[in-house]
Ligand binder design. Structure first.
Ligand SMILES: [Zn+2]
Length: 336
């Protein structure tokens, strides 16, 4: 069987005609398998959704209880047969509950990795390499210039800035699902034990992470009602990146703009956003992680979904691995 018979791109996303399901469809479909809870992958309105329990919980929190007609939770490593096609979810190390999905039939195995990373992250289960005939990967940071430093070094820059500017509120922009909890967790692991103030958009997800055993310490709403906080002098305030542009952000003392994203590698992007302290903390693979993963798996073929496809396809070809870009659209990376 050609792999394209088992899984191929359609306007809705990757489709398996045997199992009659889509993976991370960008439009409503009858049957969806969802890799993780970021909004570009986990959209509401599908007939039936198969995902990890944590991804289903996150979709419910973000989209409401009616986000799908029906749902089925799957555990990591649990094999499920759909119309004679075996599917299995494996940890992707991207955000809480994130999974790669292996799809297998007649001895052909395709792994859809979704979004994934290899660097250490105490807020989710680490990526598990799964041997396969076809490995489907994203390439958000698929250029050799992208090397993400160790997250502990980056969080050390934030702690140094807090010492250097004890009067200033440090406003940390971080995406609501995954990045915000990772930044808070990194601060706690570095020994920062003061209260951390969070924007309202983060509270339900932070509560959920804590209920799943990810300890985030003393979190308080950044509403200004806390008498200890007043104007948040010298405090760490975490919010979604968009929040710091609106009225909400005017309450802070001499605000210092911080942004945690893989894109902070690109100095121009930090400058455009007016970021004073860029932190290169990414929930995606950088170039060494992408190429190391492909070398380790040594698949027969690599398909690249989106991002900087051409450079990664070219690299695969130079290694003697057949590769092609899929040019999937609709995956804008909520959580880079
Ligand atoms: Zn994602």
């Amino acid at each position: 069987m050609r792999p394209e018979a088992l899984l191929h791109p359609t306007a809705e996303g990757l489709y398996c005609p045997f199992g009659k399901f889509h993976v991370d469809p960008v439009r409503p479909v009858e049957r969806a398998l969802i890799t993780h809870g970021h909004s570009d992958h986990a959209r509401p309105g599908h007939g039936h959704v198969l995902a990890t329990r944590q991804t289903l919980d996150i979709m419910r929190l973000r989209c409401g209880p009616e986000f799908a007609g029906s749902t089925q939770a799957v555990a990591y490593g649990e094999k499920i047969a759909i119309e004679g096609t075996d599917v299995c979810f494996h940890p992707a190390g991207h955000v809480l509950g994130s999974a790669q999905i292996s799809i297998e039939r007649d001895g052909m195995r395709i792994v859809v990795s979704g979004d994934y990373k290899r660097s250490a992250d105490p807020t989710c289960t680490p990526f598990e390499p799964v041997g396969c005939d076809v490995f489907i990967t994203e390439a958000t940071f698929g250029l050799p210039v992208f090397h993400h430093p160790s997250p502990s070094i980056e969080i050390g820059k934030l702690l140094a800035s807090l010492r250097q500017f004890p009067e200033r509120s440090h406003l940390v922009g971080a995406y609501a699902l995954g990045k915000a909890q990772r930044v808070i967790s990194l601060l706690r692991h570095a020994g920062y034990d003061r209260p951390i103030y969070i924007h309202g958009a983060l509270s339900r997800l932070c509560d959920y992470y804590e209920s799943e055993g990810v300890m985030l310490g003393d979190l308080r709403p950044a509403t200004g009602e806390d008498p200890d906080a007043r104007d948040f002098r010298g405090a760490v305030v975490v919010g979604p990146p968009s929040a710091f542009n609106d009225r909400w952000a005017r309450r802070f003392s001499e605000p210092l703009s911080v942004f945690a994203s893989g894109w902070m590698m690109v100095r121009q992007r930090a400058k455009q956003r007016g970021v004073e302290l860029p932190l290169v903390i990414s929930d995606h693979c950088d170039w060494p992680e992408l190429t190391t993963t492909i070398s380790e798996l040594s698949p027969g073929q690599v398909w690249v979904t989106h991002g900087r496809e051409e450079a990664l396809v070219r690299w695969c070809e130079l290694q003697g691995i057949a590769a092609r870009p899929l040019h999937l659209v609709g995956y804008e990376d909520e959580g880079d």
